[in-house]
Design a protein around this ligand. Sequence first.
Ligand code: SF4
Length: 404
Amino acid sequence: MQIFTDKKIKSLISPPPQAPFLGRGKKGRRKRRNAKLYRHLYNKKMDKLTDIENKVMREERLSFEDGLRLFKSNDLLTIGRLANIVRERKNGDMAYFISNRHLNYSNICVNNCRFCAFRKSKGEEGAYSMRIKDIEQFAESIDSTDFSELHVVGSLEPDFTFQYYIDLLSTLSHLFPGVHIQAFTAVEIAHIAKMGNMPVKDALEKLIDAGLGSLPGGGAEIFNEATRAKICPDKISGNEWLDIMKTAHSLGLKSNATMLYGHIETLKDRVDHLIRLRETQDESGGFLAFIPLAFHPANTEYSSMSRTSGIDDLKMIAISRLMLDNFPHIKAFWIMIGPKLSQISLSFGGDDIDGTVIEEKITHAAGADTERGLTRERLIGMIREAGRVPVERGTLYDHIKVWV
Ligand code: SF4
């Protein structure tokens, strides 16, 4: 590893021109004044993040204060450039995507999260719950050779027994042999264990036996207790979410992790969330990717709020890459931020844009205007245009095909 001194780093970042002689008289004075102002602005800008840049170059862990300064900084290009250094250090030029299908088995939920546009009450228009025969019908309607992962998430359905979830997994693994089943957020796992009247560990063991391959990482929202109590008062706490992940990792299950940002959370909440994830990863090591989820306010209790900006989305991805030094992957999920920003994210710390998806329901219920799925060819084209090497991956980041 090459260690850079502060002086060396500054010399690499094209300093302002130092004109030895700028002329005499009025013109010369104006040129000298402008050159001085330029140098002042340059140094001010450099001084702001130089110490963080030093840490990144030396592969040192960033602190809570560093994370907060990055979020408060307007120097998006420096933040992106630093994140890109880490991204290339970890994943080179590779950019991942997956051929997957989404299955949302129910939207009837006992919880009532204020940011959720997906949930319905029983009997409400649009409410649905897929019974096992509906799952079989779904399976018959799709081409099972076309995807390597089934992404299965839903709501906390009050009428489903523990056995339902076992049957759901065994049906899917029987009908789609060889397809990886990534299913249930930690919030659903807590609900399933409760329905089975058993500890989370026992429930997970039974779900694994029925075909569960990994956990998707949703439901983390924001860990800060005060903010969480406002946006999703009925949900398990942030610490419970983390404990379920630790238990899953101890059983050999891999998972992802998420953060819902762009609602009422503070910048401190964001940094705190990232650091709690980083500490958990130090302990259990089972997280594969971090996925920042941009909040979509339409049809929620926060519908008067604006959507996140492109600047905020890029900063979120880049700062996640810088703070989560022990996460192998950062996903710029195209459903959330759109295909165009996902492409740019591949130079701002992101190394994965998710997949073909078909057919997303949860974010679209909250007003997402992206497509509900993309073809493999489109994903490959997007990655190539961004100057990266497309890699079709399996759920656990095994390489299915490298598109050189
Ligand atoms: S976010 Fe999940 S737990 Fe909360 S209301 Fe929506 S479906 Fe239910």
